[in-house]
Structure formats: C-alpha cells, structure tokens
Design a protein around this ligand. Sequence first.
Ligand code: PGA
Length: 249
Amino acid sequence: MARRKIVAGNWKMNMTPSEAVALVETLKPLVQSEDVDVVYGVPAIDIIPVVEAVKGTNVAVAAENMYFEEKGAYTGEISPAMLVDAGVKYVILGHSERRDYFKETDADINKKVLKAFEHGLTPIMCCGESLEQRQQGITMDWIRQQVKIGFQNVTADQAKTAVIAYEPIWAIGTGMTATSEQAEEVCKGIRECIAEMYDDATAAEIRIQYGGSVNAGNAAELFAMPDIDGGLVGGASLKADFGKIVNYK
Ligand code: PGA
C-alpha cells in the first residue's frame, strides 16, 4: 500500500490571530492537492481562527504542543480535550526547540504521544540529532532511542497512524538542508526501528517526514526518496512557497 504524503507547516511562534487568518487566505488557492495531506501547525492562540478559516478546504490543523494531563492546576498548559474540541487533528510533539528550550524529555514526550492517541489526535513526533552527535557517528543510536522511548506502550494499530518527523537539529532554520541521501538514510533507519518494535506492516504504514530547511527548491528531491513521506516545514510554511512544497511534483 502506497503511503500518502503529508506536508505540515510548523509556524512556530509566528503569526498573530489576524495575521494567521490572512496567511490562510493567501495560501488557500496554492495548497490544494488531491494526493497530499496538508497540515498547518499553528500557535495555540491561532487554533480557533485557523480552524474556522480552513473549513471546507483540504487543510487540517495541528497544535505545536500539548500537555499530558487531562485537566487541572497546570497554569498555562493546554489539554488534549481542548485541542479536540477546537477541531485540531494533529499535534506536533517533541520538537527539538521544545526539547532544548523547555527541557522536554523522551519520557515527557512519550506521555504526550500516549495522551494524543487516547484522544484521537495524530502525533507528529519529532526526533533528530545535533551536529556534534552526527560528527560522533551516533546519529542512528540517538534517534532509535528517541523513537523507542517516545513510542513506549504505543500499540501497533496506533503506531500505524502516527507521523514521525526526522529533523536534524543542524538543518533547522539554518538553510543547511540534509542531502536527500542523508535524510533517506535516517528515515529508513527509523522505519527499520519501527519494524523491530512492531512488525513490517506497521513499518510500512507509519509516515516519516523530513524537516530542516525544506523549501520549494529541494522538496521534490527529498520527497522522492522511498522512506520520506513528506515534510515538516518551518520558515517556508509562512510564505507562498508552501504551496510549491505541497505541489512539489
Ligand atoms: P525550518 O524548520 O524549515 O525553518 O528549518 C523546520 C522545523 O523546525 O520544523
């Protein structure tokens, strides 16, 4: 079974609610696609207006984070039920910026992944090595650990529906895209790790994105690789270029 490509924007901490609606309107004619799933990962405060603005289109909305508790005294956090009620379908979890600046651990991310599934949200779980780790030759060991802990107690049926985003930290926001061979090597390694943890059928269905300086010029080559099922796009998701990335062929 051929996997459907999934191209997701990660807006990060950009776009006020009114700017967000304007961006959705600008992108509307550009991101139409029959064969690619299109997702906008938006700041929490933009979720409600963006869900409204994409109604009737092919675009789904992702949150950029979520807490792993149901409700209660967690000032400033957002629960899975809040996201679901607002019309969110995906949640980006464990982005390297959250791991780095907000000290999220693999164990925290695992709790969030499990909670997302419990509420019917599709996690886009990020993983990726630093430049130092790549130079030390431990890229795949590091990523296997992130995937194995992140997916602890996730069932095969859940894992089949998940998305993993491989984002080498050195390629994020730097313009230093991984070569398509480097990206494919790790995405293939992630698929092999899923096959070991579950089975070949699960590995064949899970979708693995590449992220890190994806743009209109390099998307086609990256997405043509056999184990790369689309991209998680930061900077270029805020521009008309995102439409070219969605329609990369
Ligand atoms: P970038 O960000 O495309 O700006 O490199 C990607 C990401 O952090 O998801």
